[in-house]
Write a protein that binds this ligand. Structure first.
Ligand SMILES: Cc1ncc(COP(=O)(O)O)c(C=O)c1O
Length: 439
């Protein structure tokens, strides 16, 4: 077989015929890498319909409200759980750090990018988490990708919950190990999966502490028991649990399992009002990650203002523990009222409360109607959620006042009825199939 025929055969096998344009009359022409761009039309179609909800600018955002498309909206689409992004002490700490260190470290932690401030932050995080050590990264995404790809090597297995965050999945794909995925929060599925893996292989199980879309909590006690039974290590992504669960110390602290979880990953981009991420755990494990995580070694370090922001937030979280009660009061108030209105909130039991709609287009229309009326929520469609599980992700903060929440509820009621998202007023809330399906 000639080279041309081999190539032609290959294209036919993947559904491209020679008349498609790459191979004709013996001439091989290059496939244009940009070809796929022409076929990506969904976003532009949604823009034309006025229901494209992504990458849209907020003109201003002070946390509980924002200015969007020129008018004020109640913000129920942020991860500012403790409401610290505008706290005067936090702002001041960021400005002071810029005055002292400037705006950037212009280098990686590995080389010129480590300041005493980074080391202070790592000591402080370790103390806060009650762990031997902590290691900071420039984003939470990098913390996951860097840690997982450093630890999981050839011959190892990494086992994830099906609803784990994309940064965990990307870390697994970047590693040289084999990835397996178990059904969401299904401890039996994990048990079976682990029992089928070679006994002698290294195994790392990774779960989210709080699931970012469903707002439900991982069953950590059972997961820890199963991991021990099979000799697997466990890592918990606490992006949405730090500042929220366990007096702010995350999912392991919530269950009293601080000494049973091998690695906790956290982000600074939510309760800690900054940007960046970290892992905490055993000092030798972190030392290894520090010298093998490419996402840490080959990327510039956390800017000083971001590090100082986190230190100020930790001061406030420790000094003002009552803030967490306001957060939970607000979350429970909204969960109760949203359910009473007839919204399907799935299995949420945290300040993340999804409103499950199912259909993508209805979700986008609901987002549009809410934004027009003065509520900012986040529409999430596949692959962010499983097929037919599109939802509006709502989330609440300690700084929402009752009037914000009541106004949001009023609008959610009006839009819910208008778009037929909830049963007519007065009709008892029926439990829908989706309530049993989403995590
Ligand atoms: C569960 C989870 N893990 C990791 C990340 C990544 O964190 P960051 O935004 O700090 O990169 C996020 C952010 O969306 C998240 O929700």
């Amino acid at each position: 077989m000639t080279f041309i025929k081999i190539v032609s055969h290959h294209f036919q096998a993947i559904g491209v015929t020679s008349s498609d344009n790459h191979i004709s009359r013996g001439i091989v022409r290059n496939m244009d890498i940009f070809e796929k761009v022409k076929h990506f039309t969904q976003a532009k179609e949604a823009m034309e319909l006025g229901i494209y909800p992504y990458f849209l600018p907020l003109q201003n955002s002070e946390g509980t409200t924002a200015i969007f498309e020129g008018h004020e909206v109640i913000m129920i689409g942020s991860n500012n759980y403790r409401g610290l992004t505008t706290h005067p002490k936090v702002r001041q700490a960021a400005m002071d750090a810029i005055k002292v260190y400037g705006t950037s470290c212009t280098g990686s932690r590995f080389l010129n990018g480590t300041l005493e401030l980074h080391l202070e932050l790592e000591r402080r995080l370790a103390r806060f988490m009650g762990s031997e050590a902590a290691l900071t990264f420039t984003t939470g995404y990098q913390a996951n990708v860097g840690t997982i790809s450093a630890l999981v090597t050839k011959g190892d297995y990494v086992i994830c919950d099906k609803e784990d965050h994309a940064s965990i999945v990307d870390g697994c794909l970047m590693s040289y190990g084999e990835m397996r995925r178990f059904s969401h929060n299904d401890v039996n599925s994990l048990d079976t999966m682990l029992s089928r893996l070679p006994v002698e292989a290294g195994k790392l199980v990774i779960v989210d502490g709080v699931y970012s879309m469903g707002g439900d909590i991982a069953p950590l006690p059972e997961l820890v028991t199963i991991c021990k039974k099979h000799g697997a290590r466990i890592m918990v992504d606490d992006a949405h649990s730090i500042g929220v669960l366990g007096n702010g110390r995350g999912t392991a602290a919530h269950f009293g399992l601080e000494n049973e979880v091998d690695i906790v990953m956290g982000t600074f981009s939510k309760s800690l009002a900054s940007v960046g991420g970290y892992i905490s755990g055993n000092a030798d494990v972190l030392h290894y990650v520090q010298h093998h995580a490419r996402a840490l070694m080959f990327s510039a370090s956390l800017p000083p203002a971001n590090a100082a922001t986190v230190l100020a937030c930790l001061d406030i979280i420790e000094a003002e523990p009552a803030i967490i009660e306001q957060l939970w009061d607000n979350a429970e108030y909204m969960r109760t009222n949203l359910k009473q209105l007839g919204y399907d909130t799935g299995r949420s039991n945290t300040p993340i409360i999804p409103l499950i709609i199912g259909d993508d287009v209805r979700t986008a229309l609901a987002w549009r109607a809410l934004a027009n009326e003065g509520v900012y929520a986040n529409p999430v469609v596949p692959p962010g959620v499983p097929a037919h599980m599109s939802l509006l992700r709502t989330s609440y903060t300690a700084t929402h006042r009752r009037e914000h929440l009541d106004k949001a509820l009023h609008i959610l009621e009006e839009v819910g009825h208008r778009l037929d998202l909830i049963p007519p007023a007065g009709e008892a809330h029926k439990v829908t199939a989706t309530q049993a399906d989403i995590g």
